[in-house]
Design a binder for this molecule. Structure first.
Ligand SMILES: *[C@@H]1O[C@H](CO)[C@@H](O)[C@H](O)[C@H]1NC(C)=O
Ligand SMILES: *[C@@H]1O[C@H](CO)[C@@H](O)[C@H](O)[C@H]1NC(C)=O
Ligand SMILES: *[C@@H]1O[C@H](CO)[C@@H](O)[C@H](O)[C@H]1NC(C)=O
Ligand SMILES: *[C@@H]1O[C@H](CO)[C@@H](O)[C@H](O)[C@H]1NC(C)=O
Ligand SMILES: *[C@@H]1O[C@H](CO)[C@@H](O)[C@H](O)[C@H]1NC(C)=O
Length: 846
């Protein structure tokens, strides 16, 4: 295949009868990304584009592409602004893709720090910009990691170069720069084919595939995972691992319907239908540095409440309290740890927010108090859409919402009405308005008076609507609902299963802000949970956008109970860690479909090691809680969760590192071993933090796993034995009841005796596992606080100890002693792995 591609570089345009050099497929930028309406060739040539048959069949190669002379030219020299450059550009072509091109645009480069730069392109008119809070970077020290170069032949292009290595990490010379009213695009060559990120779409491999011009549309939508289809969240961000192991990441700040095309150059094309071009580049140079620098800019996820790291059970369709209780009871009877029980929308009266069904869940408020007394928390759900059809005076959320003017209006001034779960039409709150925030917080507080939930889960906030636009009126035909170009989104029509795009909120039109809906709902919900509970708020959201992590976490949505989905769950979790939303995981055992026992057994074993560990499934699907299958699944789930609970102090410490430094929690092997080529494509194994490696079985009938061991010292977590493999793959025997877990040498892992929930476990003795490196040394920290207070790190009310082990001596230095209860907890177990003599004092570990 490779050879064929190389040979096919020059094709001849036959129909013109003139031998014409065609651009090779690797250099083509589509001139006609929408569907052709007439004769393709004529339509293409009439536009001024070049038509040339695909030189590689079945590869989606653009046949109608932009000439290399397409683009802008510099008007004068780049102006040095002291902290970057300003370049004025004039359009150098009459070819227009979608009309309304800006003739003059300004490109500004801002050197924001040694490791961060911003490139902003505007056209001097007041165009929409995303109201994204970007926090400042560390001040520049003069050791800039990058240089920027401009060229003007045949048209304007710029390059960002990593100074230390000369690697070109961004290079727009592929062409295609377009800045028009409703179509903007920019392309870059990539430094390598190790490309990761861009979401939210279902991706079958973590590292992108460069074949066949894959398109990743981004526009928030409630849809089942289906290949590249746009899903719940929008994260126009990617990371590239350069050939030499350095890494950088790039953010495109845009919230319009947009798409990325992965180009074979290798390159990447970004197209959007509104806003401006606004790009941030983070230079690393290590993969973890890119995550740290990215989250420094967009915001980090606060440390979750400790209990939220425990195992969680949910199902849509318990339908009555007795069924819910039976699940909790059988989980306890099987001695499986459980920290959280949920009620989905079926606990509501007629699927209406802020209500509890008297008939089916009348005893729920009392039961929630009973659970809490035992240390089990309760969470429930809110959808944004509010039923409008109830009689006035009978449904407070609607009455107060109307009174406070919170519902979005159609462009004709009437309330926009859609259809969601309630039986009457619904209104959609405008979360960009202060009045809505106040109303929402009030409703959450009043709801808490009725049902003492500990945290909230927000769903359907893409926002999802069961019809296209207003139930009664649809959407008017105008440039917002029917723009000249629509990215390859589900439904090919922007209002598909959502609101009309010409609806105005207090920021802008839905055309611009649609994908921000769940993001805008997140902060008010976190504020509501805080107001209601007085505790560290915990919220997780189906729809997310850049910076969601500041207020909310995420679960991967409504996936299938299939083997394919257990694999993609690792990829999705890795991606969201790069997106700054590290507290994430899928529905364990899948959401849609009746799960098979073997899959569910494997999934619970893996599920014990997602940052967010929750089993949940859909209405009408058979029970899939771990105790519902019988002893085999229950036993192996219990065993895996006991290890999770044992290592919760390590996991909690990783969240401390995320919040304070931006580190990932669930981590790709290449983040730690970027120069080991074998790690770069691995997405079936992962690390928790720098050292806890998980190598699950992900296929039906599989009883052994080929696991790669990066080139360092590794120990079997259960047995404590050293693994005799470095920089190589081992075939590990993996019976159904076991998941492969290994500890990297050189790290000290804090532990605690497990229990049936974290409230109980937090009183148990603690321990440390010292896994030695080749010098028989190790290092690590343990973070702790009271588990649910607000702002522990800001207020100093936390405990942080630094353990170092070298020359047979363990030194523990308390770096912050702001959590007095630590003094009551006994350090009981010190386990040393890899010591030259038998020093093992291990007790209580299996
Ligand atoms: C919708 O219109 C009503 C009536 O004019 C107004 O009270 C309300 O605030 C508007 N909604 C929003 C979100 O502004
Ligand atoms: C909304 O509230 C914020 C913070 O309280 C305030 O700064 C802002 O001016 C308010 N906006 C409006 C439109 O009232
Ligand atoms: C589910 O969907 C998400 C997108 O939300 C995707 O990233 C993930 O890989 C899919 N699979 C699972 C099992 O979560
Ligand atoms: C062991 O110590 C040597 C000398 O101090 C150092 O170069 C090497 O990096 C250390 N190895 C590990 C695995 O830390
Ligand atoms: C190390 O010592 C423990 C406790 O005495 C013993 O159970 C274990 O078998 C010893 N291991 C080795 C490898 O000698």
């Amino acid at each position: 295949m490779k050879n064929l591609l190389l040979l096919a570089v020059v094709a001849v345009s036959a129909t013109l009868g003139v031998a014409q050099q065609c651009l090779p497929y690797t250099e083509r930028i589509d001139c006609h990304p929408g569907p052709f309406t007439g004769n393709n060739r004529e339509e293409c040539i009439a536009m001024g584009c070049t038509f040339c048959d695909a030189d590689v069949p079945d590869w989606n190669v653009p046949v109608c592409y932009l000439p290399k002379s397409y683009g802008y030219k510099m008007d004068g020299q780049p102006e040095d602004t002291g902290n970057g450059f300003r370049v004025t550009l004039k359009r150098a072509t009459s070819l227009t893709m979608f009309g309304s091109d800006s003739e003059t645009i300004t490109l500004e480069v801002f050197f924001q720090s040694d490791y961060r730069l911003r490139i902003k392109v505007t056209d001097g008119t007041s165009r929409y910009e995303v109201p994204l809070q970007v926090d400042p970077a560390q001040p520049a020290t003069g050791n800039r990691l990058y240089d920027v170069e401009f060229s003007n032949d045949p048209v304007f292009a710029f390059k960002v170069i990593r100074k230390a290595t000369g690697t070109v990490i961004f290079d727009t010379s592929l062409g295609g720069l377009t800045f028009s009213d409703q179509f903007l695009q920019i392309s870059t060559r990539l430094a390598s084919k190790n490309l990761y990120g861009i979401g939210e779409n279902e991706q079958l491999t973590f590292r992108h595939n460069f074949d066949k011009f894959p398109v990743f549309p981004l526009f928030t939508k409630d849809t089942f995972p289906d290949g590249n289809a746009n899903m719940y969240g929008v994260h126009p961000q990617y990371t590239v691992l350069e050939e030499d192991g350095n890494a950088h990441s790039v953010l495109f700040v845009n919230s319009n319907a947009q798409e990325f095309v992965v180009l074979p150059a290798p390159g990447l094309l970004h197209r959007t239908i509104g806003g401006i071009i606004d790009i941030y580049i983070f230079l690393g140079p290590t993969p973890e540095n890119t995550a740290q620098q990215y989250t420094e800019a967009i915001g980090r996820t606060p440390i979750p409440p400790y209990w939220a790291l425990g195992f969680q059970l949910c199902k849509y369709g318990y339908d009555n309290l007795e069924t819910m209780k039976a699940v909790v009871d059988r989980t306890l009877a099987a001695q499986i740890p459980q920290d959280v029980q949920y009620g989905d929308i079926d606990i509501m009266d007629g699927n209406k927010d802020f209500t509890v069904s008297q008939d089916r869940f009348g005893g729920l408020p009392a039961y929630v108090r009973e659970l809490k007394a035992k240390g089990v928390k309760f969470m429930t759900i809110l959808d944004p859409a509010i039923a409008l059809g109830e009689a006035p005076g009978t449904y407070r959320a609607a009455d107060l919402g109307k009174e406070m003017g919170v519902f979005l209006n159609n462009s004709d001034g009437t309330i926009f009405e859609g259809r969601v779960w309630p039986s009457s039409n619904v209104g959609f709150p405008d979360f960009s308005k202060n009045a809505t925030r106040e109303w929402w917080i009030t409703m959450i507080k009043e709801f808490h008076d009725l049902l003492e939930f500990d945290a909230l889960w927000i769903d359907m906030n893409e926002p999802d609507n069961f019809g296209n636009g207003d139930t009664n009126k649809g959407c008017p035909n105008n440039k917002y609902n029917n723009p000249p170009y629509v990215p390859k989104i589900r439904g090919d029509y922007l209002p598909t299963s959502t609101l009309c795009m010409d609806i105005e909120d207090s920021i802008s039109l839905q055309y611009n802000t649609h994908s921000l809906y769940g993001w805008l709902e997140s902060e008010p919900t976190a504020a509501g949970v805080l107001a209601a509970t007085g505790k560290r708020p915990y919220v997780f959201s189906r729809s997310t956008y850049v910076g969601t992590g500041r207020w909310a976490s995420h679960w991967l949505g409504d996936n299938y109970s299939k083997w394919r989905d257990i694999k993609t769950s690792i990829i999705g979790t890795l991606q969201f860690n790069q997106f700054g939303v590290p507290f994430v995981g899928p529905d364990i055992c899948g959401h849609q479909g009746h799960v098979e026992e073997e899959l569910c057994q494997r999934w619970h074993e893996l599920g014990a090691f997602y940052p967010f560990s929750r089993n949940h499934n859909a209405y009408g699907m058979k029970d899939q809680d771990p105790a519902s299958f019988g002893p085999a699944v229950a036993e192996s789930t219990k065993k895996a969760l006991e290890i999770r609970y044992t290592y919760l102090p390590y996991l909690y410490t990783l969240f401390f590192y995320h919040y304070t430094q931006g580190s990932t929690v669930f981590r790709a092997l290449w983040h730690e071993f970027p120069t080991e080529i074998a790690t770069q494509g691995i997405d079936t194994q992962f690390l928790l933090g720098p050292g806890f490696m998980v190598s699950p079985a992900l296929n039906e009938g599989q009883r052994s796993v080929n696991a790669y061991f990066p080139n360092t010292r590794w120990f079997n977590l259960r047995e404590g034995t050293e693994v005799n493999a470095r920089g190589t793959t081992l075939n590990l025997n993996t019976p159904l009841d076991t998941i492969n877990l290994h500890l990297r040498g050189g790290i000290i892992y804090p532990t605690q005796e497990p229990a049936l929930n974290t409230e109980l476990a937090r009183r148990n003795d603690i321990g440390i596992t010292i896994a030695l490196d080749d010098n028989n040394s190790a290092d690590g920290r343990m973070y702790n606080d009271d588990g649910d207070m607000l702002n522990p790190t800001e207020s100093g009310k936390y405990y942080l100890v630094h353990h170092t082990y070298a020359n047979g001596e363990l030194i523990s230095t308390v770096e912050n002693n702001g959590y007095p209860r630590m003094a009551e907890i006994k350090l009981d177990t010190i386990r040393i792995l890899g010591a030259p003599q038998n020093l093992s004092t291990a007790t209580g570990f299996n």
